[in-house]
Write a protein that binds this ligand. Structure first.
Ligand code: FE2
Length: 297
């Protein structure tokens, strides 16, 4: 499998400090200044950053940074994408340095979602200490969590990520957010990378103005979630979905609004799958209990 994990996420912000405050005071991640003196980093573990906050004209999602196992897999992926007609831009040494990786490239999926992919990690060995006492984020080889991308042309996106990028299929879902009988609902595909996390990527059959439906980060335990719910109240951060447990990845989580206008799922207890015995499934319901949706006003 080509993609190892979701290595990082880039967000675009009109106000870098608003995102940094959200990341540190609400999420409990550790702040750091990137060497370029402009980008702000949020650290979650031993990596120099897992979320990069860059100045933008609008508050939105920037891109995912997908980790590829090695140079051979990196070059092979570029070759495969280009052979299929995808425009791939090989990044410069300074672009790779800015992301703390050895080599980097970028492209867009058929729905226009921009992405970066890379091989090789560069460490600065700054110790992660949560400023809000989060006991730890579940990351390592499983990556920072997952990202859910808007894919109005769901079939084209599915073919791209599974057929070209080499993601594995975990689960399919179709459900409605409304009670309206005329609502056709939306489909979702849950895809995994080469690690036990149930899904590192999900494709959602609808556009989203912020360029992302949500990202998910996973903590060690339920207390980390409870404290974060308290911090949301303290900082007037809208909780967009109540505490609940998902059907397919078993994640116990709640969702909050981010300064970029997409949601962030804060969870624990996610299922780590043994892919050697797993069979892809179809889920008819997103949650076993909870996850009552209340969009921000
Ligand atoms: Fe999620």
């Amino acid at each position: 499998m080509t993609i190892s994990s979701l290595g990082y996420v880039v967000v675009k912000a009109t106000d870098l400090s608003a995102w940094e405050t959200f990341g540190t005071e609400v999420l409990g991640m550790m702040p750091a200044d990137a060497p370029d003196g402009k980008t702000r980093w949020l650290q979650m573990d031993e990596r120099p950053f897992r979320i990069a906050i860059e100045q933008g004209d609008a508050d939105r999602y920037g891109c995912a940074g997908w980790e590829v196992s090695d140079k051979q897999a990196f070059d092979a992926l570029i070759e495969k994408l280009e052979a299929a007609g995808t425009t791939v831009e090989r990044g410069s040494k300074s672009q790779a340095d800015a992301r703390c990786v050895t080599e980097i490239a970028s492209c867009a999926d058929p729905c226009g979602n921009h992405m970066e992919f890379y091989h090789g990690r560069v460490y600065d060995y700054r110790q992660f200490i949560s400023p809000k006492g989060v006991s730890g984020f579940i990351t390592g080889d499983m990556g920072l969590g997952h990202t859910v991308l808007p894919c109005p042309d769901l079939k084209a996106a599915y073919d791209f990520y599974v057929g070209l990028m080499g993601f594995g299929v975990t689960d399919h879902m179709h459900f409605k957010f409304s009670e309206d009988p005329e609502d056709p609902g939306q489909g979702l595909h849950f895809l995994h990378a080469d690690n036990p996390r149930h899904h590192s990527l999900a494709l959602y059959e609808a556009p989203h103005p912020a360029g992302c439906v949500h990202i998910m980060v996973e903590t060690n335990n339920i207390d980390d979630i409870g404290y974060c719910i308290d911090r949301c109240a303290e900082h007037n951060v809208a909780i967009t979905s109540s505490l609940g447990r998902h059907t397919n990845d078993k994640m116990l989580s709640f969702y909050m609004n981010t300064p970029a206008g997409f949601a962030l799922e804060f969870g624990c207890d996610g299922w780590q799958v043994d892919w050697s015995t797993y069979q892809p499934t179809t889920s008819r319901l997103p949650s076993i209990w909870g996850h009552k949706w209340s969009p921000p006003e």
